[in-house]
Design a protein around this ligand. Structure first.
Ligand code: ATP
Ligand code: FE2
Length: 323
């Protein structure tokens, strides 16, 4: 009998519930997504209230879909009140139904679901989303961070720039579209060792826009510059680890230009590129369920007294026992 794991994702704007079995069959995948009113940021209290309203009906539906053997939840990092909601629900379900509990690291779940869906075995991972930008690879029993942003994440940089150019959210796809008709302008290129920084580039773009430079040219140059920086650092991580695969995941992985640039770099090095299917690029409950399931099979259990949230939990703090 294959076991089924329930995954609860609640680190930020998405409250996701997923069911997945040991063979990787997705049995349930639903989410509610909080979108702030136009022009406003995400107020943690509002996000929490929204998730609290929608959580019960999603969980109920999942329990009506299949028998459940394991309860997994996103334990961190993320917004503390959203994390607490997911963790509390998970603890309650574990006690009520007498099921084992597994607390999952959110970025690791992005990686594990991407590996499952693409078939990548041991890749260098370019994790670029709204909340994170890191180059990660498994060495020994840790997902180690080889490079990361020194300030804002790349997805956030796209969104901030888009807002300054008067574009709608999310900004990434709008900038990508504008960039198709742009020409080159010199921008700062900021790679420090294996790390990189985006906020100065955004500021420079904002200044250029005020001076009257064309949106298309700014979008094109911004995208080319930021992606070149990411690719330079990814290439160095590939060379250092001697791995033969690159896996790109997170919301920015939707960008076709980024994938094309990665293809070119990897072709030169004889490495293969894998890109997470869009359905599983953003936050979802299935990724938490899958990671909880493989952790459970390797013997990991989260005791109730250890199930408190870890709002700043980094990938390299997790002992990887399941690969
Ligand atoms: P995290 O995984 O860190 O929790 P998140 O869940 O907020 O972050 P995602 O949903 O993975 O982020 O990604 C959203 C981000 O991806 C937004 O910043 C958005 O602008 C960006 N994005 C989406 N499509 C594109 C694109 N085509 N080009 C560039 N950026 C994009
Ligand atoms: Fe995420």
């Amino acid at each position: 009998m294959t076991r089924v794991c329930l995954g609860i994702e609640s680190t930020a704007h998405t409250f996701g519930v997923g069911l997945i079995d040991e063979k990787g069959n997705v049995l349930f995948d639903e989410k509610s997504f909080y979108q702030p009113p136009l022009g406003q940021g995400m107020l943690p209290r509002k996000v929490f209230e929204y998730h609290a309203e929608n959580a019960a009906s999603l969980i109920k539906k999942a329990f009506e879909t299949s028998k459940i053997d394991i309860i997994a939840f996103s334990q961190g990092p993320g917004l503390p009140n959203c994390l607490s909601l997911g963790a509390t629900i998970a603890r309650y379900l574990s006690l009520k139904h007498n099921l084992p509990l597994v607390g999952v690291n959110h970025p690791i779940a992005h990686i594990e679901i991407a590996k499952l869906m693409t078939g990548a075995k041991d890749p260098v991972i370019l994790y670029c989303s709204g909340g994170n930008t890191q180059i990660i690879a498994l060495t020994g029993n840790r997902y180690r961070i080889f490079g990361e942003t020194l300030d804002i994440p790349i997805g956030n940089a796209f969104d901030v720039l888009a807002r300054s150019l008067g574009l709608e959210m999310p900004g990434g796809p709008k900038i990508e579209k504008l960039a198709e008709n742009g020409n080159w302008i010199d921008l700062p290129y900021v790679v420090k060792g294996m790390d990189f920084s985006f906020s100065g580039i955004v500021t420079e773009c904002q200044k250029l826009y005020k001076k009257g430079f064309k949106k298309e040219d700014i979008a094109y140059s911004f995208q080319e510059t930021c992606f070149s920086m990411l690719i330079e650092a990814t290439e160095r991580a590939l060379a250092h680890t001697e791995k033969e695969e690159v896996l790109v995941t997170g919301g920015v992985a939707a960008n076709q230009r980024l994938k094309n640039m990665l293809e070119v770099m990897c072709k030169d090095r004889g490495a293969k590129v894998f890109s997470v299917p869009m359905k599983y690029a953003g936050d979802n409950g299935v990724m938490i369920g899958w990671t909880g399931l493989i952790m459970y099979k390797s013997g990991v259990r989260t005791k109730l007294e250890e199930s408190f949230i870890l709002k700043d939990w980094r990938v390299d703090e997790v002992d990887v026992k399941w690969t």
